[in-house]
Write a protein that binds this ligand. Structure first.
Ligand SMILES: Nc1ncnc2c1ncn2[C@@H]1O[C@H](COP(=O)(O)OP(=O)(O)OP(=O)(O)O)[C@@H](O)[C@H]1O
Ligand SMILES: [Mg+2]
Length: 335
């Protein structure tokens, strides 16, 4: 499986009149094409900073990010982000339909854009809200619009920052399963940040556990669960319960049972899993979609900056590979 994303020695420090704050401290990990990697870390540890660095919205103060082998210096065109702060991620003067269509303007004609947006809104259960404006929707609905926008864009790499935090439990389960389906269908590579330990295990091929601030990689865990997941049976399985306990122990600073040893580059230092290159992954998303850094306008601008023609090519590439991800996951050796 080729490496899609390489994060090497990534560090970021914020400077203000009150001094400096180190947010990221030498993070290294890789994400392979077709993987879904979850990042879990304590509140305020630097997860959003990490995603903003990966998406090119902020320039890290040390280290580098490579996407498809190219150093990220600005928002790549085939990457989409669903930001944590949904309230600043949508254009209030555009209808829901037009918000979802927005990043597709350069790559698709009007009829195709309309149909793509219609499908995406239906997928997130908002078909009936297409003509409304974001400010007429609840927070959870706005977040689903942001997710629809990212899905409609069909990026090669999708970064998601706490994408389901503002929806109710049942919607959250539905959206998690939607994400798994979309990922299978389009072979999208996904890096997803979550606070929810169970969600990280349920969704992930791997879970990258971060330390408290400044963020460092504590450990990367392979998720040893069947590729086909189910909200009831998967969550009650012994393997799931063991993994979630392991992640919880790592988050609380206690050594995990028999977890693989982690280091700066999380997958190094242990035998590569069968069918994998041995690199680890992490998660995040910047579709030409939303925003979530200190200023909403920068992310909106980032959305507008995406060049859908390249993305279109990526999407076409991905469409032809739908079964590849499944076979890769099937071929993955279990710890
Ligand atoms: N623009 C900024 N200027 C100065 N400090 C910042 C800025 N953005 C974030 N920080 C600080 O950097 C640290 C990491 O912030 P970040 O938002 O990345 O954390 P997080 O893990 O995403 O938090 P949460 O779990 O609450 O979403 C925090 O201490 C935060 O106060
Ligand atoms: Mg955050």
């Amino acid at each position: 499986m080729p490496t899609m994303l390489e994060v090497t020695g990534l560090g970021h420090r914020y400077r203000s009149k009150d001094g400096e704050h180190i947010a990221l401290d030498g993070l290294s990990f890789d994400v392979n094409a077709g993987e879904l990697v979850c990042i879990v870390g304590p509140s305020g540890c630097g997860k959003s900073t990490l995603l903003r660095s990966i998406s090119g919205l902020i320039r890290p103060t040390s280290g580098q990010v490579r996407l498809h082998g190219d150093v990220v210096d600005g928002v790549p065109s085939d990457l989409a982000v669903v930001f944590q702060d949904y309230s600043r991620s949508l254009f209030p003067w555009l209808s829901v339909q037009r918000n979802v269509e927005f990043p597709l303007k350069k790559s698709l004609d009007k009829a195709e854009r309309r149909e793509r947006a219609r499908q995406a809104l239906e997928q997130v259960g908002l078909a009936g809200a297409a003509g409304k404006y974001p400010w007429q929707l609840s927070g959870g609905m706005q977040q689903r619009v942001a997710i629809a926008r990212a899905l409609a864009y069909r990026p090669a790499l999708l970064l998601m920052d706490e994408p389901f935090a503002s929806v109710d439990a049942q919607t959250r389960f539905d959206l998690e399963d939607l994400l798994l389906r979309v990922r299978r269908e389009y072979d999208t590579t996904i890096l997803l940040v979550t606070h929810d330990i169970d969600e990280s295990v349920y969704l992930g091929d791997r879970v990258v556990v971060l330390s408290k601030s400044p963020a460092r990689v504590v450990r990367t865990l392979d998720v040893d669960l069947p590729a086909q997941r189910d909200q009831i049976t998967t969550r009650e399985s012994e393997a799931f319960v063991a993994l979630r306990s392991e992640v919880a122990r790592l988050l609380h600073g206690q050594p995990a049972g028999d977890a693989p040893t982690g280091n700066g580059r999380p997958s190094a230092g242990r035998a590569p899993a069968k069918g994998k290159t041995g690199t680890a992954s992490s998660a995040g998303s910047t579709a030409a979609s939303s925003a979530g850094s200190s200023s909403g306008s920068s992310e909106k601008a980032a959305s507008a900056k995406a060049q859908p023609s390249r993305n279109g090519q990526a999407a076409n590439r991905n469409r032809g590979k739908g079964n590849g991800a499944k076979s890769r996951r099937r071929g993955r050796a279990r710890r």
